[in-house]
Design a binder for this molecule. Structure first.
Ligand code: B12
Length: 527
């Protein structure tokens, strides 16, 4: 990664690298274009000393932290404290959604930070680097925030990059990540989203600075990057991280058809597979068929809720029926499927949750895909965060915002569900392992690889179906149990319930056994 001109690294960047950190990697490509030397350090909580070693080795002038996950701010803050305590004096800056939307709070939470780069970082970081030592120039750098005389200075917003094709292709490692033995890469064809779902901060993120709410690269530019990854690194699976790989409007349909044409011209259509994330109203059979013919293989659908009030609260602007139809269409095309689903949202009642459970039971019983569910969290800068604050319901902390439900018995129910399903829904050994197996099975099958045959499709669907049914049945049973106890008794029984929940947490009780141990046994027998 080094260029000939410089001995030490100018910029060291740290962030989660779960599926390649496209933000940091885009910044690295822009810096390298201007002959800066860079070094990327993947972030793993608890491995602070390894980061320190890298810094000692590379002696950067500036260290940039990717704070795209609000809940990780404390972890990064403790890393920065550790680095400062160990003599690291480089300039510390950070970017990402929360720091961009809440610069003062971020600087307050992390005193070790010298600055924040707000919204898109490529051009701003370059300018900051040019004037790093000359603070007098900082007020003229658009898109940064920093401390001065005990207050925060926020410079004017930097307009969004108008033409994304002007950016160099993102920086890639020498060897690609693999999935089921297949080389893969994360991709981005667009930035932003026209919608305004109440739980999402993307509209605020791309809507605050001047510029278009959503910008696409040209189809040819995207296909060219894919071709180069195929040629140089044998990448055959491309995972698009676009907020919404949209196809609703005539202009978006035209874009997709031009993209498919570019894939065809580059002779990629029949030798690669790709995944997108989109809204349910992007799913229509005619265009989907064309996309599948050009390698579309997997879809992440933003379903989010299985009841009308929930969908309205989340401002999804779709109906439950539309959700069901979209899932059915994806299944009919035999595409790998995963969905975003929030069992709980601020409008939840036992009745809406019962509808959500029924929805999950309906779409999940055939074992086509493993169901997963969580609680909607009010991230900084989202409309729902504001609504909850206005109505006095916002609780939690700055980095872990939360809310109470409308009735105490629902608080109990949500609390128990969270305890019961923490392992199944959120640990790597839980549903994620089944999701990965399902995905790898489909991918290796799509590429006609040997491993797929040994995986036994029928047994896998059975296992997923059992896991889905067990989950929805447990969710229902728990509603019944709470219903028979009543709110007053629940409060009286607080201690007992807490101890049951603790047992669930540590895996001692029967219900835990049913949900997690059985799941693990089934999984082991399947393998
Ligand atoms: C890909 C992705 C993931 C990947 C991981 C990516 C990774 N880096 O490891 C996976 C699928 C694993 C994932 C998981 C999750 N994700 Co996610 N994810 C995304 C997604 C869709 C795309 C990120 C991306 O590539 N963006 C494109 C690049 C170009 O933009 P960018 O990252 O914003 O970077 C630019 C600027 O922010 C800035 N910048 C960013 N960092 C830095 C650092 C410096 C130093 C500088 C100068 C500038 C800078 O400059 C960059 C270039 O312009 C975003 C949505 C989004 N549009 O960003 C959600 C998003 C980041 N995820 C989100 C969430 C909530 C999650 C999960 C918690 C979901 C869940 N319930 O499990 C998990 C948690 C993961 C974990 N760490 O444990 C939220 C975060 C909300 C918040 N405020 O905290 C987002 C914003 C989605 C949303 N609509 O709300 N995610």
């Amino acid at each position: 990664m080094a260029t000939a001109q410089h001995t030490n690294t100018h910029v060291l960047l740290i962030g989660y690298e779960n599926q390649e950190n496209l933000g940091l990697r885009s910044i690295i490509a822009s810096l390298q274009e201007k002959a800066y030397t860079t070094h990327l350090v993947p972030f793993f909580p608890g491995k602070d000393s390894l980061v320190l070693d890298e810094i000692k080795k590379h002696k950067p002038l500036l260290i940039g932290f990717s704070l795209i996950f609000q809940f990780s701010i404390e972890t990064f803050s403790s890393l920065m404290r550790y680095l400062r305590a160990n003599g690291v004096s480089a300039h510390f800056t950070a970017g990402g959604h929360f720091p961009s939307l809440r610069p003062s709070e971020t600087l307050e939470l992390i005193p070790e930070l010298d600055s924040i780069v707000r919204f898109e970082g490529e051009e701003t970081l370059l300018e900051l680097l040019l004037h790093l030592e000359d603070r007098d120039c900082w007020p003229a750098i658009k898109g940064i925030a920093y401390r001065s005389n005990n207050s925060t200075v926020e410079t004017p917003h930097r307009p969004l990059i108008e033409n994304l094709d002007t950016l160099p292709f993102v920086y890639r490692n020498e060897s690609a990540q693999t999935l089921g033995g297949i080389h893969m890469a994360s991709m981005l064809a667009s930035r932003g989203c026209y919608f305004n779902c109440s739980f999402c901060s993307i509209r605020q993120f791309y809507g605050t600075a001047p510029g278009k709410l959503r910008r696409s690269r040209s189809p040819e530019n995207v296909a060219e990057e894919m071709q180069s990854l195929f040629k140089k690194r044998d990448v055959r699976f491309f995972s698009f991280q676009d907020d919404d790989f949209a196809s609703r409007s005539p202009a978006q349909k035209t874009w997709i058809r031009a993209f498919l044409k570019a894939l065809r011209q580059k002779e990629l259509s029949s030798i690669i597979k790709w995944k997108i994330s989109c809204r349910v109203d992007d799913i229509e059979p005619e265009l989907l068929k064309e996309m599948v013919e050009h390698g579309l293989f997997a879809i992440y659908l933003g379903v989010e809720s299985g009841n009308e009030i929930g969908l309205k609260t989340l401002n999804k602007q779709v109906s439950v029926q539309k959700n069901i139809e979209a899932i059915a269409i994806v299944k009919a095309f035999n595409l790998a499927l995963s969905i975003g689903f929030m069992l709980f949202d601020p409008s939840s009642t036992f009745s809406s949750i019962t509808e959500n459970i029924q929805f999950l039971a309906t779409v999940g019983q055939d074992g086509y895909f493993p169901i997963n569910f969580g609680k909607m969290l009010p991230y900084g800068g989202t409309p729902i965060e504001q609504q909850l604050r206005d109505s006095g319901r916002l609780t939690g902390t700055v980095t872990h915002p939360d809310y109470e439900f409308l009735t105490p018995d629902l608080n109990w129910y949500a609390f128990l569900v969270q305890k019961l399903f923490a392992h199944r829904n959120f640990s790597p050994e839980g549903i994620a392992s089944l999701q990965n197996t399902d995905f790898e099975y489909r991918l290796t099958e799509a590429f006609n690889l040997k491993g797929a045959a040994s995986l036994q499709q029928g047994k896998l669907r059975d296992l997923i179906s059992q896991s889905n049914t067990l989950a929805t049945q447990t969710l229902k049973n728990l509603i019944d149990a709470i219903g028979t106890m009543g709110a007053e008794e629940l409060l009286r029984e607080e201690k007992t319930l807490l101890s049951i929940a603790d047992k669930e947490w540590t895996g001692e009780s029967k219900i835990q056994h049913e949900n997690n141990i059985l799941f693990n046994e089934l999984y082991a027998s399947f393998q």
